[in-house]
Design a protein around this ligand. Structure first.
Ligand SMILES: Cc1ncc(COP(=O)(O)O)c(C=O)c1O
Length: 403
């Protein structure tokens, strides 16, 4: 059997060097816990970057995946499959959507939204192609979605970037209005920014954007890759604002841990992608669709949307009271199981390492924000342990800073 050290060395020597993995090799997960090759237990508050909404190795999801693998694995989209059709219906029944295109990732879902918007206006013989998105947004790593991503650090060295993309400050309605031109096809926004630092827009902003887009004849797309599928306590984050887009991208939690993306749209716009215009070989794979259906069932049967809200309230309240005396903790904010701790004038990365030494896993977004994305069903005792560990790591860093 290969040792921890050997496995580590294989990864270090043969994987691309585009990540900053710590020297740990995970081999097993169970609920909110991960276990490395030596059996060391970690409390996972990172959720596989906001994916594992029911934690790791959920027995219902694992059983459904195994059963489906024996029944029907891959057939492509040359044929209907029962699980894909059922999942499309399930997503439409829970949203504004009327049609679903399945793919493999959040980037691919957003890429499809961009292509669909351009094609929609092309069919109408209007020269609208421009995409307006927000500064500090994150929409993916393909060339088009990284260009839509409003963070120049992700563009560096990848030019020339595709044409027709603009960025405006998130939450600034006049700036958006000024940016919209007769060439604008699509406004693309996260209803709550995840990678950009866990940022909620000002109250009423999304509704005003909807009105503005309607007035200007521009399509509105919400990127719900991180904020969707129940993470904020509703199936989709935009529901909190009582507003619906024309299309939305889903991924991350959607596939119950399997790689899967989806673009959900109203029929009027979706119908422009006729045969031959767009496709995905693996999109809507029966195994991923079966896992997604099981995920939706478990969330509804166990009332985990409400639980996600309660987790968020307990996390935000617990962290605010534990960290109130630390002056460089600027804000604790979020919604449901997506919470950020913003630090004043310092990177959150050293805290990540300190917490890892305490066997607690968190992630960083926007460098100075610690991001927490626990499972909706995390046990209260584990959540409280996480709050204590974070408070202790922050206070130790505070003492070191004062010394
Ligand atoms: C809001 C948002 N959109 C798109 C993406 C890209 O998703 P993927 O990594 O599945 O392509 C992410 C990933 O973090 C995201 O947070």
């Amino acid at each position: 059997m290969l040792s921890h050290e050997e496995l580590l060395r294989f990864g270090q020597e043969h994987l691309f060097l585009n990540y900053r993995q710590p020297p740990i090799v995970m081999v097993r997960g169970e609920g909110s816990f991960l276990y490395d090759k030596d059996g060391v237990e970690y409390l996972d508050l990172s959720g596989g970057i906001s994916v594992n909404a029911l934690g790791h190795a959920h027995p219902r999801i694992a059983a459904v995946i195994a059963k489906q693998a024996y029944q029907l694995g891959h057939i492509s989209n040359l044929f209907y499959n029962d699980k894909q059709n059922a999942l499309a219906e399930a997503l439409c029944a829970r949203s504004f959507g009327e049609r679903v295109f399945f793919c493999n990732s959040g980037a691919e879902a957003n890429e499809t939204a961009i292509k669909m918007a351009r094609r929609y206006y092309y069919d109408r013989k209007e020269t609208r192609y421009e995409v307006i998105s927000a500064l500090a947004s994150f929409h993916g790593r393909t060339l088009a979605t990284v260009t839509a991503t409003g963070q120049p650090k992700y563009h560096e060295g990848f030019g020339p970037l595709p044409e027709g993309f603009k960025h405006v400050p998130f939450g600034d309605l006049p700036a958006l209005e000024a940016a919209i031109s007769e060439k604008t096809a699509l406004v693309m926004l996260e209803p709550m920014q995840g990678e950009g630092g866990v940022v909620l827009p000002p109250q009423g902003y999304l509704k005003a954007v909807r009105e503005l887009c309607d007035r200007k004849g521009v399509l509105l797309h919400f990127d719900e890759v991180q904020s969707g599928m129940g993470r904020t306590g509703r199936w989709f984050c935009h529901e909190h604002d009582g507003v619906a887009p024309d299309s939305m991208a889903l991924a991350k939690a959607l596939g119950g841990g399997l790689p899967m993306g989806a673009l959900v749209s109203v029929h009027r716009i979706a119908q422009c992608l006729v045969p031959g215009t767009h496709a995905s070989t693996f999109g809507g794979n029966p195994i991923a669709c079966a896992a997604a259906l099981a995920f939706i069932d478990v969330v509804e049967e166990e009332q985990l949307l409400d639980r996600a809200s309660e987790v968020g309230e307990r996390l935000i309240h617990g962290l605010r009271s534990a960290l109130s005396s630390v002056r460089w903790v600027k804000e604790v904010r979020g919604r449901g199981c997506l919470v950020g701790i913003e630090l004043e004038g310092r990177s959150a990365r050293p805290l990540l390492e300190a917490l890892r030494n305490q066997k607690v896993l968190v992630t960083v977004s926007a460098d100075n924000v610690m991001r927490l994305a626990p499972a909706f069903n995390i046990p209260w005792e584990a959540l409280d342990r996480g709050i204590e560990a974070i408070a202790s790591a922050v206070k130790t860093a505070d003492k070191e800073r004062a010394a």
